[in-house]
Write a protein that binds this ligand. Structure first.
Ligand code: MEV
Length: 309
């Protein structure tokens, strides 16, 4: 019996979500301490994927290449990419990343599956290969993903991402050095719901919604300058303003707003929802690592189900 295991990190959107679907830039950071894992053990049965955390078992032979099952789709895309057939083996998927929390759980599982399948055949996929493979699966979750989630997870490095433009990898120290606190509302909302609502609003009133996107893009540029100068006060300011624009776009919710208010009341330099919204997570910028601990306590008191620092 042989065993290989590979993993992939979670992600958080620092700024620019939703507008990024419409070509504006956004910044995303990897969260290396939260991971999805895929382990392949050879055996006697046809290739089977099991995800014990969610009670799912998938027999790959039942699925075609165009399957809408995300686990099977990721595996079949990976086998196609490396030009191999599924071996007799079991692939077990486990993850620390909460599902539906906008932390990239789906993309991380796809990337981990791709890496494990390639490793089983002594191959390593390039970040752009595994990113493209995971993007195909992301399209099952919501029709027009920007591609930012699969990109930041595949590269495991902070990214400046603009759809259709060359990817810019930012200094790896940027994310690692930020005293960010991430709080989960515990409300699992599929990204396709707020993304679909923004699309409907955009179709009704393009000028107004494009105005919000332009204002968000200006804040993303300001956030990048702040990151490059390590100006946490300016970054926090941009985060607060970005949250206000996301509220106007209709993708926040009372629980996210309450956590942002609680973080600011506890002295956060800035706070905003992160990712698709209507639940999921918010991020708060602390003054330093010690203050991040105080924010963690304040967010838990304000109802956060989980807090990551
Ligand atoms: C999801 O992490 C971020 C959104 O902008 C959707 C996307 O970029 O595909 C809401």
């Amino acid at each position: 019996m042989t065993t290989v295991e590979r993993s992939a990190c979670a992600k958080v959107i620092l700024c620019g979500e939703h507008a990024v679907v419409y070509g504006r830039p956004a910044i995303a950071l990897p969260l290396p301490t939260l991971r999805a894992r895929a382990r392949i053990e050879t055996g006697s049965c046809a290739f089977t994927i099991v995800a014990p955390d969610v009670g799912v078992t998938v027999s790959l032979w039942r699925h075609s290449r165009r399957t809408r099952n995300p686990l099977a789709r990721a595996a079949l895309a990976a086998f196609e990419l490396i030009g191999q057939r599924p071996p007799r083996a079991t692939l077990t998927v486990t993850s620390d990343i909460p599902v539906g929390a906008n932390l990239g759980s789906g993309a991380a599982v796809s990337v981990a599956i791709g890496r494990a399948i390639a490793a089983h055949f002594d191959r390593a996929l390039l970040p752009e290969e595994v990113s493209q493979m995971a993007y195909e699966v992301e399209q099952l979750h919501h029709g027009s993903p920007s591609g930012i989630d699969n990109t930041v997870i595949a590269y495991e490095q902070p990214v400046w991402f603009a759809r259709g433009k060359p990817l810019e990898l930012l200094d790896a120290k940027i994310g690692a050095g930020l005293p960010l606190v991430i709080a989960d509302t515990g409300i699992a909302t599929p990204t396709r719901i707020p993304v679909g609502d923004v699309r409907a609003a955009w179709e009704r009133d393009r000028d107004r919604i494009e105005g919000y996107f332009d204002a968000i893009a200006a804040l993303v540029h300001r956030s990048r300058e702040a990151l490059e100068r390590n100006d946490l006060a300016q970054l926090g300011h941009a985060m607060n303003a970005n949250h206000a624009l996301l509220q106007q776009l209709g993708v926040s919710c009372p629980e996210l707003d309450a956590l942002c208010d609680a973080a600011r009341a506890a002295g956060a330099l800035g706070a905003k929802m992160s990712g698709g919204g209507r639940g999921g997570n918010m991020i708060a910028l602390a003054r330093d690592v010690a203050h991040a601990e105080a924010l963690r306590e304040a967010l838990l008191r304000a109802g956060a189900k989980r807090v990551f620092t």
